[in-house]
Design a binder for this molecule. Structure first.
Ligand SMILES: [Fe+2]
Length: 314
């Protein structure tokens, strides 16, 4: 049994099409899409349409909720501010009701039970929390604390846009009598992140995903072997679409930062916010001022330009 797991497309149709072509070649038995189909790159509607046509198991991520919660009391604080959240405003105007209804009906997590195989717990963050994320250097005891309570050894997360395959040991139980069944009894969790199809943040701009294949426990703890894939594709149509679609004009600094992420495959949004806070600026309330200062003083724009295939073409 081979299961391809994709995540974090973020509206990048050219990246999704490249991955679909690779899946045609690999012919997995099933495809699971672990959240964040939309937002960030200007083809969110076409991405939903492409996914809806397929017999894939799809799960919602936090970016689906930015859209679904917009205009409700659940919305992110301050999201009416067009300077800070213009990209979301643009998205709300550009998804049609059928596309929105598709997102509205998606589940937030799935546990995949297959006859004779270890279950796979799949959630964008973790079950019940779609904004929890892990990196390769997140301390193991912190990861173990977050995974506590998940009753199966195999956990597939996403959200951080980096490929991960970690064996996380469960802390020794204080009292043997209190030991629940697996995985504490087995002593570990296997934590996998497929990486991001549309906006990787591990320094490699290729479209990324993972294929899990069942394997003997002695060879693959948890009973699944992970093979990571990275597919090269032409990013120029996605980068050019920012201007052509009007998203760049509507989305301001945040959209510029997402464009930068697509160009560099590095966490430009987090880097900017961190820099702004360190320099006493308030990017949540005055993002334009903070971004102007960042551009002027941090020298990041030149770094991005060197890695931007659209810029290199001119
Ligand atoms: Fe994401």
């Amino acid at each position: 049994m081979r299961i391809a797991i994709l995540a974090d497309i973020h509206g990048n149709l050219p990246a999704l099409e490249a991955v679909i072509a690779e899946l045609e070649r690999l012919q997995p038995d099933q495809v699971v899409l672990n959240g964040d189909l939309i937002n960030g790159i200007p083809f969110s509607g076409p991405v939903i349409d492409a996914v809806r046509q397929r017999d894939w198991a799809v799960i919602r991520g936090n970016h689906e909720f930015y859209y679904l919660d917009f205009g409700t009391e659940r919305a992110a604080p301050g999201c009416e501010d067009p300077k800070r959240w213009g990209q979301l405003h643009w998205l709300v105007e550009h998804l049609n009701p059928a596309q929105g209804a598709y997102l509205a009906l998606l589940p937030d997590e799935r546990t995949i039970y297959l006859p004779g195989l270890q279950p796979l717990v799949v959630a964008h963050g973790l079950p019940g929390r779609n904004r929890v994320g892990f990196h390769n250097d997140t301390p193991a005891d912190r990861v173990a604390a977050e995974l506590a309570g998940i009753p199966f050894p195999n956990v597939v997360s996403a959200h951080t846009h980096v490929q991960i395959d970690r064996l996380i040991h469960a802390p020794a139980p204080p009292d043997e009598a209190l030991v629940p069944p697996s995985p504490a009894k087995r002593g570990f969790w296997r934590l996998v992140n497929p990486g991001s199809v549309g906006m990787p943040l591990n320094g490699d701009p290729r479209a990324q995903f993972v294929v899990l294949e069942d394997a003997p426990e002695q060879e693959a703890p948890g009973g699944w072997r992970a093979t990571f894939h990275r597919v090269a594709y032409d990013r120029r149509p996605a980068l050019a679409a920012y201007e052509e679609s009007g998203m760049a004009a509507a989305g301001g600094a945040m959209t510029q930062l997402f464009y930068w992420q697509l160009a560099t495959a590095e966490p430009e949004v987090i880097r900017f916010f961190r820099w702004a806070y360190e320099h006493g600026l308030d990017p949540d309330c005055a993002i334009d001022d903070a971004f102007d200062a960042y551009r002027l003083r941090a020298g990041r724009a030149a770094y991005v330009r060197e890695r931007d295939p659209l810029f290199a073409a001119h």
